[in-house]
Design a protein around this ligand. Structure first.
Ligand SMILES: NC(=O)C1=CN([C@@H]2O[C@H](COP(=O)(O)OP(=O)(O)OC[C@H]3O[C@@H](n4cnc5c(N)ncnc54)[C@H](OP(=O)(O)O)[C@@H]3O)[C@@H](O)[C@H]2O)C=CC1
Ligand SMILES: Nc1nc(=O)c2c([nH]1)NC[C@@H]1CN(c3ccc(C(=O)N[C@@H](CCC(=O)O)C(=O)O)cc3)C=[N+]21
Length: 303
């Protein structure tokens, strides 16, 4: 069998970003307003810092107003809530992202519920979750990683995914559940697998579309993949790589890429697959949020 097509998430993310830059410049021309994005980071987790820096840089490249609030890991919950409230009331801020996970002494759901739904560019507020699961995707802000994964699927398979068997591995609120909602809305036949699933390899073998969001390096093996299936690898796992030098690490996904590429029809790499799309979709959501807060008409959807 021939090797799978490799889905270039970096290139697709760049094209999305170019479109957002153009739309953002047009908004600035017509109304004098820049979309404003605030990212809140509590604690010093080095991996989170990399993502937050990437988000910051991309927001600036899109012509957005971008602010970053870094709080100490031991910041009291009340201070985090007060900052969210301040950002809720700041007219220059249209999107708020609180980087997860939060330190254990902070109640995550309390923080996420306080964010105004119209500023919730992560799509984690119950209002946005509800709109998505009720099938009103266009009224919601949709979580960035699933949205970016769907863009890659449609670029690979075309606009019509109806009737396809989709297996989502993982049922988190950030990735697995919203991914399943989106695929259901595309009329896929959706199976959600998780740590209690019996005979995961057999379940995955039924899939025309596999989305792996597990957080276990290279867990999904090549011979689980139905020949020709499309594989979206959401996993970001940092492994030590002494062969690259002392103290070095490398990123791997949740799929054993070298094996799966022999079976799949198309597959996303890690890095360079879903990760860059997540950041691009955050920019899409921030612009959408800004236009809604300014009572401007919706623009053509990007997916
Ligand atoms: N590319 C990107 O932009 C992003 C990447 N990620 C990455 O995606 C991965 C998943 O993230 P996230 O959803 O937050 O992770 P969570 O840890 O919240 O969820 C993991 C899910 O995988 C399931 N699971 C764990 N072990 C197994 C197993 N052996 N067999 C089947 N299912 C299993 C769990 O099941 P159960 O519910 O039963 O415990 C759970 O539902 C991580 O690698 C993360 O770094 C995350 C966000 C964005
Ligand atoms: N509130 C919140 N929203 C999130 O969206 C969120 C979060 N918290 N917590 C952490 C996860 C993880 N995440 C990633 C984003 C971009 C890359 C990314 O850009 N990856 C690149 C390069 C990564 C690198 O080289 O380190 C790639 O895969 O090619 C990865 C992971 C967003 N998350």
């Amino acid at each position: 069998m021939s090797e799978a097509r490799i889905i270039d998430g970096k290139a697709v993310a760049e094209s999305v970003r170019d479109e957002i830059s153009a739309r953002s410049a047009a908004l600035l021309q017509s109304s004098g307003i820049r979309p404003g994005l605030a990212v809140v980071l509590v604690g010093e987790d080095p991996a989170s810092q990399v993502y937050v820096r990437n988000k910051d840089r991309t927001a600036e490249a899109c012509g957005f107003h971008s602010v970053k609030h870094t709080l100490a890991a031991d910041t009291p919950e009340t201070d985090v809530l007060a900052l969210v409230e301040q950002l809720n009331n700041d007219p220059a801020i249209h999107g708020i992202l609180v980087q997860l996970p939060l330190p254990r002494h902070i109640d995550e759901s309390k923080v996420l519920r306080l964010i105004k739904p119209e500023k919730d560019v992560d799509g984690f507020h119950p209002v946005n979750v509800g709109l998505l699961t009720a099938g009103e995707r266009s009224a919601a802000l949709v979580p960035c990683t699933p949205a970016g994964s769907l863009v890659l699927l449609k670029r690979t398979l075309g606009q019509d995914l109806s009737g396809m068997n989709a297996v989502v591995i993982g049922r988190s609120n950030i990735v697995g559940k919203p991914m399943a909602s989106l695929l259901l809305q595309e009329s896929c036949t959706v199976t959600i697998a998780h740590s209690r699933t019996r005979d995961l390899p057999a379940v995955v073998r039924t899939a025309d579309i596999v989305v792996a969001a597990v957080g276990r390096p290279e867990m999904v093996r090549g011979d689980w993949i139905k020949p020709g299936a499309t594989v979206i690898d959401v996993g970001i796992n940092r492994l030590p790589a002494p062969e690259l030098g002392e103290g070095k690490s490398r990123l791997v996904g949740d799929v054993a890429f070298k094996e799966a590429v022999q079976h799949a029809g198309a597959i996303t790499p890690v890095p360079g697959g879903v990760g860059p799309m997540t950041i691009a979709m955050l920019m899409v959501n921030t612009l959408t949020a800004a236009r809604r807060q300014l009572n401007l008409p919706e623009e053509a959807p990007l997916f």
